[in-house]
Design a protein around this ligand. Structure first.
Ligand SMILES: C[S@@+](CC[C@H](N)C(=O)[O-])C[C@H]1O[C@@H](n2cnc3c(N)ncnc32)[C@H](O)[C@@H]1O
Length: 432
């Protein structure tokens, strides 16, 4: 699979000038009927592809982008603003419904559903509160309500009882909301400058601790976080579906029994390494697999022959000369200054002609950034002075650490990319 440059952002809308003008013209003049019909025709074509064997992650992403464009084109500016203004009560209602455990009850009573009275009896919550909360849930499409005050599970409800919903919603709400609610105050007090140090992140200012200290202090939330980390990419491609692993297995030093093939640095409880082992069991790629994370996080062996090691990437890397040092969703947690520290610790352990650095993170396009990535950037900045970076920012960050990018792979513009980097050597081949 050839690496791609992510500077080309035209793929998202795949749209003609008429549809992009329909978005911008939304500010001053309503979209013309012709604009709307053109957009609907594009959506029709994208739906046909979505339902055909030609469907790809990229075509799915494009369809979602077109549907968003259509919604914006149809909404009046007032409707758009009201939709945004009233997002916070929706999140608070959802968080409360998760506490009450209403979605598991709907799943248990699927497909008939449950009345507000039954939900109140089973949870102890006031019936009137159930009605008011579930009205929002049904409007969000998270359950179905076709008879008054009766609710049925649908396919979104099913996801809400899986770890991604069950653990992700309370974890991210509790971790981020107190800080996000004070973010405007933080910026007012800090002359509208971005935080440059982890220890001075808005979360530290707003609640007294940044992300990882807060999680360590709130054990139940740490458990939810670990579960959410393992589950949040369910159904999405793994890094090894995107990146050609033969780039690592070819040229492997096979004679040293102590040689390390792959180190998952900050790998949480090892979910990525386990998936790798499952996929590559038959390929018998030699070399040790090492999981590293904070000692409190890697308390148990993940199995499948993976070695677990308590280690802080803010300290010198103890595993020397591995074939690959893999960091997924790590660098986006940290400001450039900390990333340089992590990179320096890693580069010092790398064999300059053999080791590779693999980074799995968002690579933001210069325009038309996906909303999820742009939103995550604000979240990461808030809880740890972290950054979602553009290709230019990645190149600058890695170059400052003496590394060069050998390739960037991506199959879904809305998701993370895989960046391969190597130590810059006078004679290093430009094998991109
Ligand atoms: C956003 S999670 C990513 C986990 C995993 N790589 C993934 O993508 O699912 C960040 C991870 O970094 C770990 N971490 C935070 N500070 C660390 C440190 N100083 N040294 C090692 N790991 C650390 C956290 O415990 C957490 O597991």
């Amino acid at each position: 699979m050839a690496p791609i440059s992510l500077c080309d952002t035209s793929s998202r809308s795949g749209s003609s000038s008429s549809s992009s003008s329909s978005s911008s013209s939304n500010i001053s003049t309503p979209s013309s009927s012709q604009d709307l019909l053109t957009l609907i025709e594009q959506i029709k074509q994208a739906v046909l592809q979505e339902k055909s064997p030609d469907r790809t992650a990229k075509s799915h992403f494009q369809l979602l982008g077109l549907v968003d464009e259509l919604k914006l084109a149809v909404e009046t500016p007032t409707e758009t603003l009201l939709r945004l203004i009233y997002q916070p009560p929706q999140n608070a209602a959802l968080r409360t419904v998760m506490d009450l455990g209403l979605f598991p009850l709907l799943m248990e009573h699927s497909p008939t559903g449950l009345s507000a009275t039954a939900l109140a009896e089973q949870t102890g919550a006031e019936r009137a509160l159930i009605v008011r909360l579930m009205r929002v849930m049904a409007s969000l499409g998270l359950c179905t309500s076709t008879e008054p005050e009766t609710y049925r599970a649908n396919d979104k409800t099913a996801a809400l009882i899986q770890p991604i919903g069950r653990d992700g919603i309370p974890c991210i709400y509790d971790l981020t909301l107190p800080t996000l609610s004070k973010l405007p105050d933080y910026f007012r007090a800090h002359n509208y400058t971005t935080p440059k140090e982890y220890a001075a992140a808005p979360m530290k200012w707003a609640v007294g601790e940044s992300q990882f200290e807060w999680l360590a202090q709130h054990k139940p939330r740490q458990q939810l976080f670990n579960s959410y980390m393992a589950s949040r990419r369910h159904g999405k491609p793994n890094w090894f579906d995107i990146y050609p692993v033969e780039r690592l297995s070819e040229g492997l030093r096979r004679n040293d029994p102590d040689a390390v093939f792959l180190v998952d640095v900050g790998g949480n409880q090892g979910h990525d390494l386990v998936k790798f082992q499952e996929r590559y069991a038959s390929a018998k790629i030699p070399g040790r697999r090492v999981l590293q994370d904070l000692p409190k996080v890697v308390k148990r062996e993940p199995g499948m022959g993976i070695e677990a090691m308590g280690y802080s990437f803010l300290e010198p890397q103890v595993v020397k000369g591995a074939r690959a040092y893999y960091f997924r969703a790590i660098f986006h947690d940290w400001p450039d200054s900390t990333c340089q520290q992590i990179l320096a610790n890693t580069v010092a352990a790398m064999d300059p002609t053999y080791s590779r650095l693999l980074i799995v993170d968002m690579v933001l396009p210069d325009t038309a950034a996906p909303l999820l990535a742009a939103s995550l950037d604000i979240q990461m900045m808030s809880i740890g002075a972290g950054v979602e970076r553009s290709e230019r920012q990645w190149r600058a960050l890695l170059a400052a650490a003496g590394l060069e990018i050998r390739g960037i792979w991506n199959t879904n513009p809305g998701m993370e990319s895989v960046i391969e980097a190597a130590v810059v050597c006078e004679s290093s081949p430009q094998d991109q």
